[in-house]
Design a protein around this ligand. Structure first.
Ligand SMILES: [Ca+2]
Length: 321
C-alpha cells in the first residue's frame, strides 16, 4: 500500500508539471515576464527529474545494483521529454528553442546533483572522500543553477537601475541601460564623448545609421509615469555638415499601432550640438482620438533615413524635467 501511495503521488506530481507546461500562459509583453517564462524551464524540469528519479527508485530498488544508474536514467528520460516538447513546438506557434532545451538540461542536472549530494544511499560513510565528493557535487549543481538564473537576475537589476535613474531615461552612464534598447538597420553603442562635443564628459550614445529603410533605435519599456513632468529633453551632437531630420515617436501602452495614435515629431538636427526640448503637453495631445496616457508611456523611437547611412549622431541626457 505504501508503494502504491508513493507511485500515485509521484505520478500526480509529474502530471501537475505537464499541466503547468501545457496550460500556464504568463504575460509576454515585457522583457521581465519573457525571462521569467524562460527561466521557469529550469525548476520545472528540475522537479520533473526528481519525480522520475523517485519512480525509478520505487520500481527498480531491488533490481539495480549501482545507484548512479538511477540518476543517469532519470536524467536521460527528463531531457528526452524536454527535447520532445521543443520538437513538438516546431510546427506550431509556440517557440521551439534550443535555449529552452539547455534550460531543461540545466534544471535536470542541477536538481539531480543536489539530490545526489543528500542521498545517503549514494554517498555513504563507507566511501572514501565522501565529504569532498558531496561538496563537489553541490558546488557543481549550484554553478549550473546560477548560470541558469543569471539572465533573470540581470534583467531584474536592469529594471531596478531603470527605475532608480528616472527621470533620466538614457545617459549612457549605466551598464544595463542597453538591455532596453533595440535597433533596426542601425547600431547603438555607448562610447566616450567625442572630443568635438565641447564640454561633454562621460559616455554618450552613438547611433550609426545603416543602409536599410527607416534605420531606427527604440528605447523600450521606459519608466512610464511621466505625469509630474513638463518637458522631455535630449542632447544631440551631429558630425555632419548639413541639417538632417530625425523622427521621434512616443507610444503609450494603449497604442493601437496606427500612426495617428502616437506622438510623432520631426527634429531638425543641425551640425554640432543640439538641445532638443519637447513639451509633454504636445505628447499628451498627440493621439488624434484620445489623450496620451502619461502614466503609462511605453516606448520612444528615433528614426533616421537611408540618406544618413554610414553616418553617426551622438545622443545624451535623455531626461524629463
Ligand atoms: Ca552621458
Amino acid at each position: 500500500v505504501n508503494r502504491i501511495i508513493k507511485i500515485t503521488l509521484l505520478l500526480l506530481g509529474i502530471l501537475a508539471i505537464f499541466i503547468i507546461i501545457a496550460t500556464l500562459r504568463l504575460p509576454n509583453d515585457t522583457y521581465l515576464w519573457r525571462e521569467i517564462h524562460n527561466t521557469g524551464h529550469t525548476p520545472l524540469f528540475g522537479f520533473l527529474s526528481l519525480l522520475i528519479l523517485g519512480l525509478l527508485f520505487v520500481f527498480w530498488e531491488e533490481r539495480v545494483k549501482h545507484r548512479l544508474t538511477f540518476y543517469i536514467v532519470a536524467f536521460i528520460i527528463t531531457i528526452a521529454l524536454g527535447l520532445g516538447l521543443e520538437i513538438y513546438q516546431i510546427p506550431g506557434p509556440g517557440d521551439a528553442d534550443i535555449f529552452d532545451f539547455i534550460r531543461d538540461v540545466a534544471g535536470a542536472s542541477s536538481f539531480l546533483l543536489f539530490f545526489m549530494a543528500i542521498d545517503h544511499a549514494y554517498l555513504t560513510l563507507r566511501e572514501r572522500n565522501w565529504k569532498i565528493r558531496r561538496i563537489l557535487i553541490s558546488v557543481t549543481a549550484l554553478l549550473i543553477l546560477a548560470a541558469a538564473f543569471t539572465p533573470l537576475v540581470l534583467w531584474s537589476a536592469a529594471y531596478i537601475e531603470r527605475n532608480h535613474k528616472f527621470p533620466v531615461i538614457l545617459n549612457s552612464e549605466y551598464i544595463l541601460e542597453s538591455k532596453f534598447i533595440s535597433c533596426r538597420n542601425a547600431v547603438f553603442n555607448s562610447v566616450p564623448a567625442p572630443s568635438a562635443w565641447t564640454g561633454k564628459k562621460g559616455h554618450v550614445g552613438k547611433i550609426k545609421f545603416g543602409n536599410g529603410a527607416y534605420p531606427s533605435i527604440s528605447l523600450n519599456e521606459i519608466y512610464g509615469d511621466w505625469r509630474n513632468f513638463e518637458m522631455l529633453k535630449i542632447s544631440i551632437f551631429s558630425t555632419r555638415t548639413d541639417t538632417i531630420n530625425i523622427n521621434m515617436r512616443i507610444d503609450d501602452t494603449h497604442y493601437n499601432q496606427e500612426i495617428r495614435d502616437r506622438f510623432n515629431r520631426i527634429i531638425g538636427v543641425k551640425p554640432g550640438i543640439n538641445e532638443i526640448v519637447i513639451e509633454l503637453n504636445d505628447v499628451r495631445k498627440a493621439p488624434s482620438s484620445r489623450q496620451m496616457d502619461m502614466s503609462e508611456i511605453k516606448k520612444i523611437m528615433l528614426f533616421g533615413s537611408k540618406a544618413e547611412a554610414g553616418d553617426s549622431i551622438y545622443i545624451d541626457d535623455f531626461r524629463l524635467e
